[in-house]
Write a protein that binds this ligand. Structure first.
Ligand SMILES: [Ca+2]
Length: 436
């Protein structure tokens, strides 16, 4: 077991990464017994997300619970809805809830690729005088609770039992935001994981945030060619929640339905694609050209999976496990703070968790079509249609071949999530902090 205590007020990201590397090596040590029950067909998963937002948190719990997933690492983007530092802390505690002290929690950049390209001279860890936020992230509102909701898991992180891994960044320092240079260290951990897998096993990538971190696999300044090839040799596929192919996007602040058309500047893009369109296009092109399968779960698919009322009611009123209790409380807090609580069940969707279920339980998919997709790259965050996922002809320049999931059995997704969370299999090892 690796203890990654941080008692200093200011903690260098490099220290966190040192712990992460050490944790990864423990994960590769066959003498460390596994306490979980996994199916023979379980996928080795690298989980890319944008921090401890409600649906990323729920997704991480589903990956812990399902016998069809074995989390090798979780990788937090800092350019989405939450900040990296608090999310590292929250995920340490969330993993500890399940007795998991070893899964590496990796950190990525707080910038989009475009920000990094525009500020190459500033791309030095020592120079931290710049705005520590992505211009795309800054262009969208964070909601009434700001990033605080995400950074505290809607105030519930205090309920999680605390394990040996701790990370307590000062909220006013750069440690709370992550650092572009941390991608270099994070990818070294993933390369070590890929090389350490048994010969016949593969690695699956799933992303429920911007594709910034994933895209860096194809940047030789971040990932060496030998590390890249070692990772690519093991990849089974890339799964992602993102995009809006035949339906409207969800940038509510850029396409307010009540506003005149002139103020509806971007009704086409979905958030995960919009927050880093360059990364999305770069990622799709590199995977597609190498014939590595990409499975996209866009809004077309998740529109079939609104939050079921029975899921919230049963998890709140009759939780069978600590994780069910936690998820129930999270969903209840989400509903209470939703912009339209009365219409919560018709305006909130199980966005990220649906992509997890699609990856692990593909029978929930009703329509999946091989489609040519390209991401609209326009000038800056206010560019028209910026981040839209458009249909194109496979084989044409800039067009990637993607398996697009447009129809999903929402009832089945809800039933699987409820069953997984209430199951004693792979359940929490500890109760929530304030409950007996
Ligand atoms: Ca997310």
């Amino acid at each position: 077991m690796v203890n990654c205590y941080s008692t200093l007020a200011v903690v260098a990201t490099a220290f966190v990464m040192t712990c992460a590397v050490a944790s990864a090596l423990v994960a590769l040590n066959p003498s460390v017994p596994s306490t979980s029950r996994r199916a023979a067909t379980s996928k080795n998963v690298i989980y890319f997300n944008d921090g401890s937002n409600f649906d990323d948190t729920l997704s991480l719990m589903l990956l812990q619970k399902s016998p069809y997933a074995d989390i090798e690492a979780t990788y937090i983007a800092g350019n989405g809805w939450g900040n990296v530092g608090p999310s590292i802390r929250n995920f340490y505690h969330l993993l500890h809830l399940f007795g998991d002290e070893k899964t590496p929690v990796l950190a990525g950049s707080y910038w989009s690729l475009e920000d990094e390209m525009n500020a190459a001279a500033d791309y030095l860890p020592a120079n931290k005088s710049h705005n520590p936020f992505s211009s795309y992230r800054t262009a969208v509102p964070m909601g009434s609770g700001g990033s605080l909701y995400c950074d505290t898991i809607w105030g519930l992180s205090t309920l999680l039992p605390k394990g040996s891994r701790q990370y307590n960044p000062m909220p006013t320092t750069m440690d709370a935001f992550g650092d572009p240079a941390s991608d270099v260290q994070s990818w070294k951990v993933i390369a070590a994981i890929a090389r350490g897998l048994p010969k016949n096993e593969k690695l699956s990538f799933i992303s429920t945030g911007p594709l910034t971190a994933v895209s860096k696999l194809f940047n030789p300044a971040i990932v060496s060619i030998s590390d890249r090839d070692a990772i690519l040799a093991r990849i089974e596929g890339l799964y992602l929640m993102g995009g809006a192919v035949y339906v409207d996007g969800n940038l509510f602040s850029m396409c307010p339905r009540w506003a005149p058309p002139i103020n509806q500047v971007n009704c086409e893009a979905e958030f995960n694609m919009y927050e880093d369109p360059h990364a999305a296009q770069w990622t799709f092109g590199n995977f597609s050209s190498r014939s590595i399968p990409i499975t996209m779960v866009p809004l077309d698919g998740t529109n079939h999976v609104p939050f079921p009322d029975y899921l919230l009611n049963e998890l709140v009123n009759a939780p069978n496990t600590p994780e069910a209790q936690f998820m129930g409380l999270l969903m209840a807090n989400l509903k209470d703070t939703w912009y339209d609580p009365i219409n919560f069940y018709t305006t909130a969707y199980l966005w990220d968790p649906t992509s997890i279920i699609v990856m692990l339980y593909p029978s929930v998919v009703e329509t999946k079509t091989e489609t040519g997709i390209k991401v609209v790259i326009n000038q800056g965050p206010s560019g028209a249609q910026q981040g839209e996922t458009q249909i194109c002809t496979i084989g044409s320049i800039g067009c990637s071949k993607i398996n697009v999931v447009t129809e999903i059995n929402g009832d089945s997704v809800g039933a699987i999530i409820l069953s997984l969370m209430q199951s004693k299999i792979n359940s929490a090892k500890y109760p929530l902090a304030i409950y007996a």
